[in-house]
Design a protein around this ligand. Structure first.
Ligand SMILES: [Zn+2]
Length: 390
């Protein structure tokens, strides 16, 4: 086993980092758009871009706009720069993807976790990453439900982890840089970069499933918070008459919207064990107990969306998570409850449903690793400083 690597130094200036990120996310992008976006003069941009071009990290692409005059020579990241891996861990499964530098999917693995023991999880994740068959991996991003501080998982309830140095464990297995992130932050990163929110400056990401997840994008950036992963959206009161959550709140988001609570309510009513997807199917088929429970959940979801839009002043919401089937079977009721919670003079809240499953979450983890790699570009080594860690 290799020794865990030390956290890498950042040598880029703030302006160089901003340039690298702008080209990564918006490339190919014209020099005029870059000087506008970064408030730079054209000669400053030329000077700043030079080392990226010299090191093969960026390329000048042919301008196909057909405009007359000086060629615009838009900048882009070098397309074959490196591969990245993204991993989304749930309590019992790992979703692993390989992507290119643009976070486009190139390979995918889904494997069960046979144990929640951190060392063993690190070994199983490393095996799945190797099975992707990429020999040009520059870094790995790992996302999971819980709080992440620096390179440690402080608390991950679905895995039963407390204070686990998971980035170091996995780096020791793989020998390439590993970046950890809360899964909602990583998903929001995916949505704003290449997902449903890519053209929307501000939106809320709301996920339902085993838990309730919440993240926020404002001015095109994911809002950072030391509390990402604490689950602060999970216990917001949504119904005065709902069931109780494990903390004893009546009708909070967890009690109303988690798949476990919804399945338990219908199982109780029917006096037999019914799974979440079965509850949705029963509601569509007109079963009275399932219809009542799903209807109340839809009301609660509409209220939650309304609250989120009202309090953040962002009029768009991306819905995701493995329980999002609730929205498709009860969309009208969700929209009615949302309309009731909005002032009629307020703009209409746009809803976007990401039903691509955990692949989007894993791509989000890769996106976090890609941006981290760009933050740690070095110009003092050989060309292609991006893959210096391999
Ligand atoms: Zn609660």
């Amino acid at each position: 086993m290799m020794k865990p690597m030390q956290p890498r130094a950042t040598t880029l200036t703030e302006t160089e980092r901003a340039l690298a990120r702008a080209v990564l996310i918006h490339g190919p992008i014209s020099r005029a758009a870059l000087t506008d976006r970064l408030a730079l003069s054209p000669p400053s941009l030329t000077r700043l871009a030079k080392p990226f071009l010299d090191h093969g990290l960026m390329v000048e692409v042919e301008d196909r706009s057909g405009s007359i005059g000086r060629p615009a020579r838009p900048l882009d990241v070098a397309p074959d720069l490196a591969s990245f891996a993204g991993v989304k861990l749930t309590g019992d499964t790992m979703h692993v993807v390989a992507t290119d530098v643009r976070a486009n999917l190139v390979a995918r693995e889904v494997r069960p976790l046979t144990s929640a023991e951190p060392i063993q999880v690190a070994g199983e994740v490393a095996a799945a990453v190797r099975a992707l068959g990429r020999n040009d991996l520059a870094a790995v991003g790992v996302s999971l439900g819980g709080t992440v501080r620096e390179r440690r998982v402080e608390y991950a309830p679905f895995l039963g982890w407390q204070d686990v140095p998971f980035a170091d464990l996995l780096e020791a297995e793989l020998g390439i840089p590993v970046v950890l992130e809360n899964d909602l932050v990583a998903l929001a990163e995916a949505e704003r970069w290449f997902g449903l929110g890519r053209d929307i400056p501000g939106f809320v990401v709301l996920t339902i499933g085993a838990g309730i997840g919440y993240a926020l994008v404002v001015h095109g950036e994911v809002v950072p918070s030391p509390d990402a992963g604490v689950g602060l959206g999970g216990h917001i009161p949504l119904s005065a008459t709902g069931p109780i959550c494990q903390d004893g709140h009546r009708g909070c988001a967890q009690a109303m919207l988690t798949s476990g609570s919804i399945a338990a309510q219908v199982s109780g009513a029917l006096q037999c064990a019914v799974g979440y997807e079965e509850v949705l199917a029963l509601a569509v088929a007109g079963d009275p107990a399932a219809t009542t429970v799903v209807g109340s959940a839809a009301d609660a979801l509409g209220r939650f969306i309304g609250l989120a839009a009202n309090l953040t002043l962002q009029p768009a919401v991306v819905l995701a998570g493995e329980g999002i089937g609730l929205f498709s079977v009860a969309e009208e009721r969700v929209r009615d409850a949302l309309a009731e919670s909005r002032d009629p003079r307020a703009v209409e809240v746009k809803l976007y449903v990401d039903d691509s499953g955990f692949t989007a979450w894993a791509r989000g983890a890769a996106a976090v690793a890609i941006q981290d790699a760009f933050d740690h570009i070095r110009f003092d080594g050989p060309p292609r400083g991006l893959v210096a860690g391999v």
